[in-house]
Ligand binder design. Structure first.
Ligand SMILES: [Zn+2]
Length: 355
């Protein structure tokens, strides 16, 4: 094994896919040999390549990955690489391991993250039930869905990290990849004044279904939405357990936003209003998707994200985030919590700052 050399050869055919050989004596006219390099970062890169977790693709476990995403810090197979290449380059900067054009900075970036298992400890911290990593023979659609969820929408981060903009790269703060220090670095980077607005959330309260009875035979429901200290409310619908509001309410979204909280009350003229249930909307998937597309010309109608139904949220069904007619929208169907019955339908729409 001591004669083994990693040889990084560049073909002069102009083909993007370069030859990779594990033994010396390659025929290429130029090559970069990490064994002969005196640079410390190159030596570290070689050590990184030899680690067992980097012998399989970070996204699908296919053996012998020959590609890498320099800013994310993972090694990838050709098929996953082609998906990464379709992401914006500030999400994933794809390089061939066999290219001889690796900059010191790119190598440092890879070394800093520490390879596939360190990166996956962050990007795959919480993969929800029902979602699994693609297999090496997965279809391009399955692969694309997983890779976009993993890196672009960052849906599998631990929940406390999910408030970071999807556009931020982890390369500068993933060092050491101890998740607590990662968290503090990441949050301090994001710890700008809470009053800075990143956009406006328009919430259309569509309707209530089968709401609870609080008066003699019915209720006079209205809905309060709260985001941080802001509160807005709908009108009161008299004696109606299936009220249709279709009312649009607006909330300013600060840089550090929490969940959208929602409460349904029964209006009472003579006494305190009675609660008829509540629910929370995790805004992270929606705002992450909105942030990704905020600076760009929006593509044609397409699905750009999803908030998944789970046992610890109030969703009645998975809630998809879509671009519809140039706007980013999400339909949310909630089961009201802490009440005997009731559902609520909302439609979220994102209004970017400069519009
Ligand atoms: Zn792969």
């Amino acid at each position: 094994m001591s004669n083994r050399q990693y040889e990084y050869s560049k073909s002069n055919s102009g083909n993007r896919y370069h030859e990779y050989s594990l033994q010396g004596g390659g025929k290429s006219n130029r090559y970069y040999d990490y064994n002969k390099s005196t640079s410390g970062s190159s030596r570290k890169m070689k050590e990184l390549l030899l680690k067992s977790d980097n012998q399989v693709c970070a996204d699908c476990d296919a053996p012998d990955p020959k590609w890498a995403s320099a800013n994310i810090g993972v090694f990838l197979c050709l098929k996953c690489c082609s998906v990464h290449r379709n992401l914006s380059s500030d999400i994933s900067k794809v390089l061939s391991v066999t290219l001889d054009e690796w900059s010191e900075e790119d190598i440092e970036s890879m070394v800093e993250v520490g390879g596939n298992s360190s990166a996956n400890a962050i990007y795959e911290a919480y993969i929800p039930k029902g979602i699994s990593k693609p297999k090496p023979n997965a279809s391009i659609e399955e692969r694309t869905k997983f890779i976009r969820s993993k890196y672009e929408f960052q849906e599998f981060l631990k929940p406390s990290l999910r408030m970071i903009s999807s556009k931020s790269s982890f390369k500068t703060c993933a060092s050491g990849v101890d998740s607590d220090s990662f968290y503090s670095l990441a949050t301090s980077r994001n710890a700008t004044d809470a009053s800075i607005s990143i956009g406006t959330l328009k919430v259309k309260v569509v309707r209530g279904i089968n709401l609870a009875i609080r008066d003699f035979r019915s209720s006079d429901p209205y809905v309060i939405l709260a985001l941080g200290q802001q509160k807005v409310k709908t009108s009161v619908k008299q004696s109606n357990l299936n009220p249709v509001w279709n009312e649009e309410l607006k909330l300013t979204v600060p840089q550090r936003y929490g969940a959208l909280k929602l409460q349904v009350y029964d209006y009472d003229t003579f006494s305190a209003d009675d609660i008829m249930g509540e629910a929370e909307v995790d805004l992270q998937p929606f705002i992450a998707a909105a942030t990704v597309f905020s600076d760009e010309e929006l593509p044609d109608d397409m699905q750009v994200g999803k908030w998944l139904k789970s046992s610890d949220n109030a969703l009645m069904k998975d809630s998809t985030i879509n671009i519809i007619g140039g706007k980013i929208k999400q339909e949310v169907h909630l089961k009201l919590q802490n009440v005997e019955s009731g559902e609520l339908e909302l439609e979220l729409e994102w209004i970017p700052l400069h519009q």
